[in-house]
Design a binder for this molecule. Sequence first.
Ligand SMILES: NC(=O)C1=CN([C@@H]2O[C@H](COP(=O)(O)OP(=O)(O)OC[C@H]3O[C@@H](n4cnc5c(N)ncnc54)[C@H](O)[C@@H]3O)[C@@H](O)[C@H]2O)[C@@H](O)CC1
Ligand SMILES: [K+]
Length: 493
Amino acid sequence: MQGIWTTERIREAEGKLFAVTPDGELMRRASFGLATHLAGFLAERTGGVAGRRVVLLVGSGDNGGDALWAGAFLRRRSVAVTAVLLKPEKAHARGLAALRKAGGRVVSVEDSPQWIDKADVVVDGIVGISGKGPLRPDAAELIKHVRAPIVAVDLPSGVDPDTGAVDGPYVTATLTVTFGAPKPVHALAPQQCGDIVLVDIGLRPELGEPDLHRLELTDLADLWPIPGAGDDKYTQGVVGIAAGSATYPGAAVLASGSAVHATAGMVRYAGPAADVVRGRWPEIVATGSITDAGRVQAWVVGPGIGTGSEGREVLRHILGQGVPVCADADATTIIAQHPDVLDARDPDTPLVLTPHAGEYERLMGARPGADRVKAARDAAKKYSAVVLLKGHCTVIAAPDGRVAVNTPRGSWLATAGSGDVLTGLIGSLLAAGLDPWLAAAAGAQVHSLAGALAADGVPTSASGLVDAIPGALKLVRDTAGDSGVEVIELPVN
Ligand SMILES: NC(=O)C1=CN([C@@H]2O[C@H](COP(=O)(O)OP(=O)(O)OC[C@H]3O[C@@H](n4cnc5c(N)ncnc54)[C@H](O)[C@@H]3O)[C@@H](O)[C@H]2O)[C@@H](O)CC1
Ligand SMILES: [K+]
């Protein structure tokens, strides 16, 4: 798992490291790494380094200092470096002196357009982890006219370092070079960060436990249930699906199909779409009524069941079964409108809620707001449930405070029925006995992998997502190196 640390924790760790490192050493490490990546970026983009033109946008803090020092390093490779000082009186003094000594040019904001126009790369050293709020008007005006690709120092300025939220003008980078450890912005604002590289400045030993997590493909490979020699269809976990209606059987077909593809365990369906589900997925044991569904190890409930009294009774029945439940869509709305349905639940039995922003508002009485991590944590606490807050980046919080972030590859999952597929994946993992937080995080990640595979650069549908699940799982297992199949390149956009 990849760890992510808030800026407060980064600062604490930097403080400890400062105390035992020679003055200026951390910035030297950071800026040397930055210069190395800038040279690589120039070479990749323009076919060379010497003679290329780099413009540094320099703010008032150490982020600007990193940019100035990197500029001085690039001068050694004969790059033409021009620094634009947004606050000349506050620019990092030693970095500025180093750049001047190395032959860098320093210009005012007024004189900068002619240099910015001719730049091969623009470096955003406006603000780093102390940044608050959007770009100020002077910086916003400059950024508006940049045509060259932007490399952000530590993070794209104007984007909140801890929430990834934007509230006004911001930088959209092609590459972000960050230092020491990933920060929340890198997981939560992928569109503004572009590609991300991490420069090691020796911070990791001082950091302690991460605040947020991101599952890597190797984690998925480790935790995804794969049948062993002693397994049969029951021991791998039977998942029950209560979804869809006679008039709208789509949700039932999608959630059930997703569960069929997710693990080799058995899938049961209970509800008014039994005939349609059986017709589409003959391997599913389908029945019309929840009361004769048979034994399952976990339930998926909600998509398309309606929010009336019938749906309510189905949800109440399922919550009372003493097995893990993934409650989605209409089930979320029912819980929000009739919280008493939760009385049927043994609080120790895992529950996963998967709201989008509108459902979240129903559950919590307010929109998630800019701090989506906090929003998910608050809901997880209130409902003693794992809460998977949908959005471009999905945030998964457990009641004990653990949070995972799933950073998507493109926006392909914004398609009708996509949520039904996700809930089927999570339900199967719950039935296999996974920790509910891991089940939700792993489900979300395979869901987005399937989205990228299914889309392959063009729009996809929820049915396409279901069909892509085996390919996504194959990719995951190939990463662990145990299936002997060549790893394929994943399309990003
Ligand atoms: N502390 C360390 O050990 C290291 C810090 N490094 C760099 O230092 C950065 C942090 O530097 P600082 O804490 O000096 O602060 P920043 O450079 O992030 O910000 C400087 C100042 O800008 C002002 N500001 C805040 N929001 C603004 C906005 N939207 N527009 C304009 N000005 C704004 C604030 O007064 C803030 O203190 C990191 O992001 C990283 O780039 C690296 O050199 C690695 C080592
Ligand atoms: K920056």
